[in-house]
Design a protein. Structure first.
Length: 254
């Protein structure tokens, strides 16, 4: 399997696990998944196999995603970074590096502080982690009662889902969440609050995650700032993913 496909399959499985019974599934094929995890999440199409993706499939993506102007976010994820979706009415919104780490043990932790990183087992810890992530990756709509929506309490009971909270001097400082789809582990939204950056918080969170899942390949998407950390932990770049959003006119470009 091509490396980016491992990431794409994990992301699709993760979003569907969250959506099951609460969201909407619009398309489920070998080439693409189109779904919305809940009314508070983006409508997203995830391209699973760019090499097999046909014009017919892209027209289907266009037909199912573009008309939903009532939604604040509509995203088409191309983890391969090889597709041109401008003819279908989308424009590239941002790019990140897809990275893969083969199975294997992680080295000795950079810091050995009891309780530094924990997995959320209750709604209080989950809520703290959600707020850390939202502070670094703010949602499209910030509302007073938004918490508990993007990361609802049901994730505590979803097989494969784990939410991680990192502390510095016993203060919440970083967070991330992961999803194990049975074959690989996906790491998502590794976040460190600005006042706690450059103190090893993200590294400690990642080391804890890798130590707990040394038996499977691990994937993530990295910003330029985060990439050196992930490379030092054994990840390597496999593609440059592109996230596409509807163009302002909603019409094909070019």
């Amino acid at each position: 399997m091509v490396g980016y496909m491992i990431h794409a399959r994990n992301a699709a499985a993760m979003w569907w696990a969250l959506a099951d019974g609460h969201g909407e599934l619009l398309a489920w094929t070998r080439q693409v998944r189109i779904l919305q995890a809940s009314p508070y999440h983006a409508l997203r199409a995830i391209v699973l196999d760019a090499g097999a993706t046909s014009e017919e499939t892209m027209e289907r993506v266009r037909a199912l995603v573009l008309p939903r102007a009532d939604l604040p976010r509509r995203i088409v994820e191309d983890p391969s970074g090889t597709l041109d979706l401008q003819p279908y009415g989308f424009e590239p919104r941002f790019r990140m590096t897809v990275m893969l780490r083969p199975p294997g043990a992680v080295g000795a932790p950079a810091r050995d502080e009891p309780g530094l990183v924990s997995v959320a087992r209750d709604t209080e810890t989950l809520g703290i982690a959600e707020r850390v992530i939202a502070a670094v990756f703010p949602p499209a709509r910030v509302e007073a009662d938004m918490f508990g929506r993007t990361m609802p309490s049901r994730v505590l009971d979803i097989p494969g889902w784990q939410v991680w909270l990192g502390r510095r001097s016993d203060v919440p400082a970083g967070a991330a969440y992961t999803y194990h789809d049975g074959e690989s582990l996906g790491v998502y939204q590794v976040a460190t609050l600005p006042e706690h950056r450059y103190h090893g918080v993200a590294r400690s969170v990642m080391e804890s995650i890798l130590a707990a899942h040394a038996d499977v390949p691990v994937t993530l998407t990295a910003t330029d700032q985060g990439r050196p950390l992930y490379e030092s932990l054994g990840f390597h770049a496999i593609s440059e993913a592109v996230w596409w959003a509807p163009s302002p006119s909603g019409c094909p470009i070019g």
